[in-house]
Ligand binder design. Structure first.
Ligand SMILES: C[S@@+](CC[C@H](N)C(=O)[O-])C[C@H]1O[C@@H](n2cnc3c(N)ncnc32)[C@H](O)[C@@H]1O
Length: 264
């Protein structure tokens, strides 16, 4: 925890700041609010019993905690996090709720019952997971800091673990990520709050997508700005991935986003 600073976010919940990456873990508008609005709320449309959830980039577990708070029908939650020390302290970070969520987390950290922790790099374990999930949360640091968490290759593997009636949720609405999702054949939607896009949801069942990307937005994914991050063997460093993408953009004959926007 020595490179992590604790901050208070605008909804009063605790957030974290990573000094090495110069990056926040949670929205300044509210860590707890973000978990609900961007991750859990879009999934409330699911009324399936025995939900299976995959929480990628668990951190201190806001998304898992918020899911436990809002669903009564969870069968299992698999959480993936590289920072073992942080995740093992996650129950110590206040989470205000009528349910004693931190007690549930603490119990499962010691003695896994329905929550299982993979203290590993998602890239190393995603292919080994032999399950389909109803809900997948994807909450990595932003692509300009950790592009390896958003490559077309990783997203394709993640989406293979999504049930055909399941939902994938992320705060990320960047074009390379939307394009990576599009290539999997999934229907992509916007998470909207007060006329503002705050995240992305995706499903193979288009009935579950309330605000699908429109033709104009889909058109933007055919421009240079939507060229995806590539990490074929899921082992490249962030810098290598960015360099490779920059070269691809330089050599691409695709239309630029600004040209597309002027035209449409
Ligand atoms: C934006 S924070 C996630 C916040 C988290 N969902 C929460 O509620 O606290 C990103 C997290 O991803 C973790 N992480 C970074 N690289 C990872 C990787 N390759 N595999 C799994 N987790 C990773 C970081 O340690 C960090 O905790």
């Amino acid at each position: 925890m020595k490179n992590i600073e604790i901050i208070t976010t605008q909804d009063g919940s605790i957030g974290l700041y990573n000094k090495i990456l110069n990056e926040i873990y949670h929205s300044k508008e509210g860590a707890k609010k973000e978990a609900f609005e961007k991750f859990v709320m879009p999934c409330l449309i699911l009324n399936k019993k025995a939900l299976k959830i995959l929480d990628i980039c668990y951190g201190i577990g806001y998304n898992t905690k918020c899911a436990i708070e809002n669903f009564n029908s969870i069968q299992l939650i698999d959480c993936v996090e590289t920072d073992t020390e942080l995740a093992k302290k996650s129950h110590k970070f206040e989470y205000k709720s009528s349910k004693n969520i931190n007690k549930i987390i603490e119990k499962n950290l010691k003695n896994p019952d329905f929550i299982h922790f993979y203290f590993n790099d998602i890239r190393k374990i995603i292919k080994k997971i032999n399950k389909k999930y109803d809900i997948i949360f994807h909450d990595g640091f932003a692509p300009h800091k950790q592009s390896e968490l958003w490559s077309e290759d990783l997203i394709s593997e993640i989406i293979k673990k999504l049930d055909k009636n399941g939902l994938y949720c992320t705060y990320n609405h960047s074009k390379p990520v939307l394009n990576a999702l599009l290539k999997t054949g999934i229907t992509i939607g916007k998470t909207i709050k007060e006329n503002r896009i705050i995240g992305t949801v995706a499903s193979f069942n288009s009935d579950l997508i309330q605000n699908p990307l429109n033709n104009f937005e889909l058109g933007m994914l055919n421009t240079k700005s939507a060229i995806t991050y590539r990490d074929k063997n899921l082992d490249l460093k962030h810098e290598e991935i960015v360099k490779q993408r920059n070269n691809q953009i330089k050599n691409s004959t695709l239309e630029t986003l600004s040209h597309y926007l002027k035209k449409n």
